[in-house]
Design a protein around this ligand. Sequence first.
Ligand code: SAM
Length: 350
Amino acid sequence: MAPPKAKVRPKASKQPTHKPQKERDAKVSQEPPSAIPLELQQLLLNIFRSSFSERFESDITPLLQEVKGHLYNRDFLAAFGKEEYLEVYAARWSPSRALGYLEVLESLRKEMQPFSTVDEESEGSRWKVACLGGGAGAEIVALGGFLKWLEMRVEEERGREMNLVAIDIADWGNVVEKLQQGLVTKPPLSKYASTAAQAANVALLHPACLNVSFKQHDVLNAPFSSLSPLVQDTNLVTLLFTLNELYSTSISLTQQFLLNLTSSLRPGSFLLVVDSPGSYSSVSLNGAEKKYPMQWLLDHTLLEEERGAEPRWEKVKEDESRWFRLDEKLKYPIELENMRFQLHFYRRLG
Ligand SMILES: C[S@@+](CC[C@H](N)C(=O)[O-])C[C@H]1O[C@@H](n2cnc3c(N)ncnc32)[C@H](O)[C@@H]1O
């Protein structure tokens, strides 16, 4: 996991505490406003706040600094070796990503329309989604928020249900469980809440809408046969801020993994890749180091056909650099940042 580049200024405050970084302010007006209502974005932030409320009860700074230190040294075993580290990571870095991913999903909604109907005959209206490297929960909350957003906005998507599996090398099971509970149970209320507030207090989603599970799994080194049943009939596979980390571990293992994934996925399924813009990986060839941009490696594996073979993927959308900017009205106990990313969205062909 690459060390987060975000600045951490985690002083608890009752005011909205995340501010777009100054050097980015000039570009704010060029960004289209978010399609997702602020109320929904705030509800998702509240899920992180209440899931990790214990972490906010005392000063979170020392733990965050320890995690940052381990990440900076690329000592992932240490960074993710304690439950409290996993929780502070998810409390600090997943909320803004969750909102950013929700915006991405909304921007791809039209392209994803075919997948709304894929399962109608065989499995009712349940979508199947696999989030590779998704243990820290940003994808889970984003997809839960997306279900809610569809329920609010798209008549024919009401009642849509999802089976989501988060697959990760680190043991994020408890974090996943807490966030899943946060999505399907009523948010905690103060004991002084009015009767009206209590009556209005509802869970974001009905528990039947979202079934989340977690599988600890090394996607590069464990046999693909153990991953295959989890991904083979999914409608959507995500690799969010994870692919470049896989390439950094091993380009050849990652290429092999992507080829295995391709063989397992059925036509019509989607692959969404989001990562830092300008990511590249290096390989040594005959003593000389060569750098490959992440998107070049990805396209090379997915889009280049063997001579005479049918294409296996089509690229539906790509963006080399996109911003997600947090609205200043949103409230969260610690500072969060805007997110810049590259995006690649593919559809498996028949
Ligand atoms: C930078 S974090 C991104 C987390 C999350 N997807 C997000 O966007 O906020 C990368 C994630 O990939 C996971 N990861 C790294 N190598 C992996 C591997 N070989 N197999 C499965 N997961 C891996 C890490 O444990 C970590 O949770």
